[in-house]
Each structure stands twice: as structure tokens, then as C-alpha cells.
Ligand binder design. Sequence first.
Ligand SMILES: [Zn+2]
Length: 499
Amino acid sequence: MSLPRTLGDLRSSAFSEQRLRTRRVKDELRDNLIARVRQCPDAPVFPGIVGYDDTVVPQIINAILSRHNFILLGLRGQAKSRILRALATLLDPQTPYLAGCEIHDNPYAPICRRCREEVARHGDAAEIAYLPPEDRYVEKLATPDVTIADLIGDIDPIKAARGGHELSSELTVHYGLLPRANRGIFAINELPDLAGKIQVGLFNIMQEGDVQIKGYPIRLPLDVALVFSANPEDYTARGKIVTPLKDRIGSEIRTHYPSTLEEGISITQQEAWLRRDGLELHVPKYVREVVERVAFLAREDKKIDKRSGVSQRLPISVLENVISNAERRALRSGEHTIVPRIGDVYSALPSITGKLELEYEGEMRGADTVARELIRAAVAKSYATYFKDLNMQQVVQWFELGGEIKLADTASAQEILEGLRNIQGLTEKLAPVGVKAKEKPEVLVSAAEFVLEGLHAHRRIGRTEERVFSAEKQPKRPERPFERGDDEPPVMRNRRPYN
Ligand SMILES: [Zn+2]
């Protein structure tokens, strides 16, 4: 179907005056949402948004049905921006506007003077252009230095002089981001960082369609769906948001981190860059779980700042880094399959430490130590879910009898497997993670290493920083008291004397 190119053709098309003249953006979002929900009531309204089906998504749907401006309140990495961007999928595939208009005026009800004059001059011959949905979504990160000029506009004296206009005429305005988002969605991230004066300007536009620029009153009755995001503490802090603006935000919707490990894993799986060209990739389930648990434990850890949160970007970057460490090993040793190990999680510290905002106690210990403790606690938990009921005494005993083995993260599977075979019974105990003794070396080594790391995390065997596993040295005094996150208190056992 070819689109009408003049106002006259537009009138007799599906974009009739009756349909378009009074249809505001929020009506459009509502209409398209209704159609989507009617068509497939069970299909996700926002594909790719995981874990919000029963909490955030219904509230957003209600806000759109109510034609509200709304705000998403949540900590870092809770997919707020992603949800806001997904709103663009609820816009019409094509939106006609008066060609050449900087603020994409409605052909039947232009608000800028240029367009009103254009229509008066050319009538039905006025030219029509079209906007796709992605061009109707404008996003701005609020910072304290954002000005009225950035957001709303500025008086352009040159434009005024050239055209012989009054400075208060809208023909002299150089439009800012918000007018340019006219007939679309305007998203402001971190709203509380916007200066009070700008918030007032924003409110005036929303409320009256009037704004003052450099003291000149300018009339701009814009048609914009405004959506915002903010950190909940900043938003509720007194004085951060001017009350009348808060009052105009119809719905306040709280986002959250994934509530189950499975949801976290599927978000990470979806977002992380996993396809490495060339080599086959096999990421064991327990590795994914450990990576995800690091984030879950960090969110509860008192050494980590709760107000800034632990972003979902943490497990995403960690998984990428874990795979890269395994990829590097595979490349060096000429293996055809990349199979990450728990040791690779420890090698992924650089993707953890920068994403943790530490409290005083955490600062004292250092980011590296905090991150290592998180991994160890995560391994302990995951290990317990698989091997709780399995007797590992035989394996522990091998170490207690003086056995030692080094599992360097750079050592090939073949090389390590020979050593592991000396530990009687180890490779036969891997059934709980679905690994049989005849599995490929890469898979077998990863699973067996998980067992050893698990025993180490539960303090049944020892391990040095150089990844040498040996008997647990009997501490004179526990290294640290039992903490939440450990599955069991450190066991104080006497090494069996033998002679
Ligand atoms: Zn215009």
C-alpha cells in the first residue's frame, strides 16, 4: 500500500481526519495495547522482559489503559530502560505528519505556526511525511546540568532577526528534546537528578502546554506520553521531586530483581553474549547457577550497599567472562568444546568487583576478598543442592591421606583428568550433575572440579590461591565466624592420626 503524500489524499485514506484529529499518543498506546491483549491474551505484551509477568507488567498495562504518565522505580539493572523502550512497540507502524515540521505536527491540528501557515497557504496540497515507531521514542538521561534549552528549547535571536519575528513568537524557538518528541514517547531516566527549575518547566508543559523560555511565554500544547525511571530512594527523598510534578505522574510502578534463581538464569542467558564462533560451547547448569547465585547473595550481603543494588548486569558480565576464560583455555590446548569450570568463575573477578558498591566493612576487606567469599558461598549452596545426600568421605580421605592435586584454570582437560583419576571414586560420583564416567574429558573435569570446589567451600578439603587442593589444614582458630550464606558451620575435625 502506498501512503498518501498530500493532506487531501490523507483525508480520504485510513488516516482520516475523524480518526486522527483527536487521537493523542496515549490513545494510540491504549488502542494498540487493547488490540494486542485481545488478539493473544496469553502472549507476553513485552517480549524479552522476564520475571515481571505477575508484578510489573500488569501494572504497566493498567497505567497505559488509564492513559497515565508513569514512573518505574527500581535499582540498577532491573530492566527499567528496556521496558520503557519496549513501549515503542505499541505505537502505530506509520504516523503521518506535516512534512518539514520539526515537531511532527498532526496534519489536522498543527500546533506550530509554520505548519498552520503552511496549511493555510497550500490547503489539501500540503505535503505529508511519515514517522516509524522507533523515531517516536526519545530518551534522556537526567543529569543536574540539563537545561531548559536542552529539554524544552531556546529563543534563537538569529532566527528571529532573519524572519523579522517577535522574540516571543514560537517561530523563533529552537526546539529542545521534548518538543521534538511531540506525538511520541519521551522517557527521562533518573528523574530526581533533574534540577527543580527544569521539573517545573516539565510540569508546565504537561499541565498547560505553556512554558517560559528566557522570560518569554511560549505556547506549546504538546502531545507526548511521558515516562520516567528513578532509584526509589532518590524519588521518595523529600525535596528531590517538585510536588506538582509528582502529582502529575499517574502511576508509580516498582521494579525488582528476579525473585527466583531460574528467572535470573533465564535473563542472564538471554542477555549475555554466549555464541563464540568456532568452538562448541557447553555451559553446565551448575556453573550458570553459581554465577547467578553470586548476584543473589550479593544482594543480601550486608557488606554491599543496598541502596545502589546489584545489577543484573553483574551475572551477565560474569557469565561472559567465565566463558571467555574457558574459551582461552580451549584455544590454548586445542580443545573443540568450551566447558566452563568453577575455577573460571574465580577468574571472572574483574567482572564482579567493579559492580559492587561496598559498605564500610566491605571496603575494609577489599572488593577482591568480598567477591571471592561470594563465589565460595555460591559454590557451597549449589554444591549442597546436588550432592547433599552423597557420601564424599572416600574423596575427602584421599586428601587426608596426603593426596594433592593442582587444577590450574589454564590446564587442558586431558592433562587434569589423568590426575583426577587417581582420586578413587570421584568420577563415579558425578551422576547428580548428569555426568557419567565416560563423558568427554572437558565435561568430566568441570564436574569433578565442581565437587572439589564444593568440598572446599564446605571446608572439608583445602585449596590454595594457586588452585592446589589438599587436606583441610586444621585451623588453630576459625578464620572467620560462621556467616549467613554458609550452609553449615566450618567443621572442626581432627585429622585422623596414622602411622
Ligand atoms: Zn509544525
